[in-house]
Design a protein around this ligand. Structure first.
Ligand SMILES: CC(C)(COP(=O)(O)OP(=O)(O)OC[C@H]1O[C@@H](n2cnc3c(N)ncnc32)[C@H](O)[C@@H]1OP(=O)(O)O)[C@@H](O)C(=O)NCCC(=O)NCCS
Length: 178
């Protein structure tokens, strides 16, 4: 039987999947290399309620997720928490989720610079296709709230040591004016 894959902007009916998404992120965050930070189910629900999340299903099972956030009064938009369930990886789901997040960001904040932090070669490839370039961290947002999100990452000590110039993650930026 063929799988039915849906990549959608998450609405109220996706709220019930917040626990599953949070658990998936936590599982992946256990790897020191993932650069993923903990996100509570309540935080995931907040993103869904704000219309700032994309969710993927394979048949009726939640298979992936990503959310957007704005910084410095909307000058920057970040994409974070990208996760695909291990059993659905390697089938193009992350590519489709990131593309939908990118379109969501461009629709909601057409003038914003879009950025992300990642250790994942897969995500670097996807971002490059979308027009992002790698940059040093001072080119990203200076919003303290954004960088607070790194405090639960397993590599936070490195970010502190470099005084936020770089870390194990690569910073990638899409500038709509370039
Ligand atoms: C990273 C992750 C989201 C990728 O999900 P996925 O659905 O398997 O990715 P895709 O199938 O869309 O692959 C995207 C591209 O990366 C490539 N790719 C996939 N895994 C790769 C890897 N380990 N190394 C290098 N390239 C890889 C794919 O070939 C594809 O490239 P192509 O389009 O040129 O063929 C998934 O592995 C995951 O959830 N990992 C744990 C959490 C994490 O690291 N999140 C990222 C935080 S920024």
């Amino acid at each position: 039987m063929l799988d039915i894959i849906r990549i959608i902007r998450a609405g109220e009916d996706a709220l019930k999947y917040a626990d599953d998404v949070s658990a998936m992120i936590d599982e992946a965050a256990k790897s020191k290399n993932s650069g993923l930070a903990h996100r509570t189910p309540e935080y995931i629900r907040q993103k869904i309620r704000e219309g700032k999340a994309v969710i993927a299903f394979v048949n009726s099972e939640v298979a992936g997720f990503c959310y957007i956030a704005t910084w410095q009064g909307g000058e920057f938009v970040s994409h974070s928490g990208l996760i695909v369930s291990p059993k659905f990886r390697g089938r193009g789901l992350a590519t489709a989720i990131k593309k939908e997040c990118f379109l969501l960001s461009r629709d909601k904040y057409p003038n914003a610079k879009i950025f992300g932090l990642t250790t994942s070669p897969a995500v670097m490839r996807i971002n490059t296709e979308l027009g992002y370039v790698p940059v040093a961290f001072p080119e990203l947002t200076t919003d303290e709230e954004f960088w607070k999100g790194c405090e639960t990452c397993a590599n936070f000590d490195i970010l502190q040591r470099t005084k936020r110039f770089n870390c194990l993650c690569t910073g990638m930026l899409f500038n709509p004016n370039k």
